[in-house]
Design a protein around this ligand. Sequence first.
Ligand code: ADP
Length: 555
Amino acid sequence: MNEDDGRKEKGADNQREAIPGVRSLHSPRAPRVSLPVEISEASLLTLLDVSPDALVMVDQAGRIELANSQVEALFGYPRSELAGKQLEVLMPERFHTAHVFHRERYAASPRTRPMGAGLELYGRHKDGTEVPVDISLSPLTLGGALHVLGAIRDITELRRLQERERAAREAAEARLALLQLILDELPASVYIVQGEEARLVLANRAAAAVWGATWDIGQPMLDFLATHHIRLFGTDGQPLPPAAFATFRAVHRGETVRHHQETIRRADGTTLPVLVNAVALGRRLLAGIPAEVGSQSSDPAEPVALVVHQDATALKEAERLKDEFIGIAAHELRTPLAVLKGFAQTLIVQSARGKGPELVEWQMEALQSIDQATTRLVELIEDLLDVTRLQAGRLALHLEPTDLVALVRRVVTRLQMTTELHTLSIFTPVEHLVAPVDPRRMEQVLSNLIGNAIKYSPEGGSVNVTIHEDEQAHEALLSVRDHGIGIPAQQHLLIFGRFARTDNARAYGIGGTGLGLYLCRELVERHGGRIWFESTEGQGSTFFVALPLVSYPDL
Ligand code: ADP
């Protein structure tokens, strides 16, 4: 047992590593204990035996005078064997020389203090094994002579726990370093935020490039944006309110946000279109991150979100070029198609009127096929033009009070004429239901939905259209139900996207562009309505549309 040297004596208590949960045996303020000389050795031993620690009393020369029963248990010597032995017998040999030196210094300046502050101390068992120990020393004056009382505690278990804690901490730090390394190599910006204010937990290198500034760990998002004069805009070019930021939607409402389009405007005025994905994480996932990195607050109830920003500049440019091309091609196709359609119809009408030579049956059929095919082509081109109009924000609605029941009847009658395999029926408790809609656009929506119901029921069957008023919500509710091929569950999220088609539609060889439902959703939402569906693959689908019966304020 080597005691601390003279240089360390001052404030030795402070230098010593605090060990949680261990009662301090040594207070620097503890008075030097002076016992009446007449106290017997036996009663002193009884006193020492009460202590849970091993206690030894040595004289100024370092000889053991007394040892309690815990010493016997800890070191394996009977007390009788220890009496009169040098204290060194209880310590590994490598400490002997230093101990003798420190004992002499201690005798010159005795006070209550820990032994070997800052060092790992070991005791030596009779059988030669070493035991990690914690020792504190107290001077004790007995009959005018100085003695030293040493309290020795076996800290094997404590060391094991400390070692385990250190290993766990190192493993967590290594995991975090690896995570940071991986994140830093990613081209997309990735960050994790915590709490209602979205305080930064960690961010990768690309995050600084996306923001054009470094977001400090622990800094709330709005504070960071304000400090660096960064603003966020939506697809309509308007500043986004914080509640609409993908990050806040994830931390405040636990939403999973996918492909949210935002534009970042940095302090230098440059802008960056980004696609943002944000997902709320369980607080548990941050458990491996050391607290000082994680946050100042370790409130386990705090929400946590992972946010990924993808630079969408190239994507946007590609989309713009694609839309531009689609727009030009569709425009150029429009005129020759109009000519084709016009002449096909003239031929049909004039022949029916008996003008010119009479057409035989196959000639008439060929003309009608040309007419139908051009009609389909015109529709397709109109769809393409609508997509480019929507993308450019140039699709205007002309709202007027429209009887939806009459509109539904018209579309159903027209489409019933295109099929003999299907039976189209309308179910409605009302004769009329008037809503402020663009009739041409609403007819387009209904034609698409009912047309799809027919197209995706290749075996035929019933197609039921319902329409009624939801008085409470002030909405018209329409539904179109078929018993066709249905939509595979894993593709439910996709089908309102541009050019989205399901695998089973392709497998059945049913043609289409994947634009119809995209246009339906855009048109319905621009009317302030909603569109959704329920579908089971192989059993059929039902599409629902809800439209406000009162004018939508933003239109
Ligand atoms: P398309 O021109 O391909 O019909 P839509 O946008 O109208 O384009 O529909 C997108 C995809 O959704 C279709 O390709 C089809 O896979 C699926 N779909 C739409 N309506 C139905 C339906 N009633 N039943 C089954 N699948 C459907």
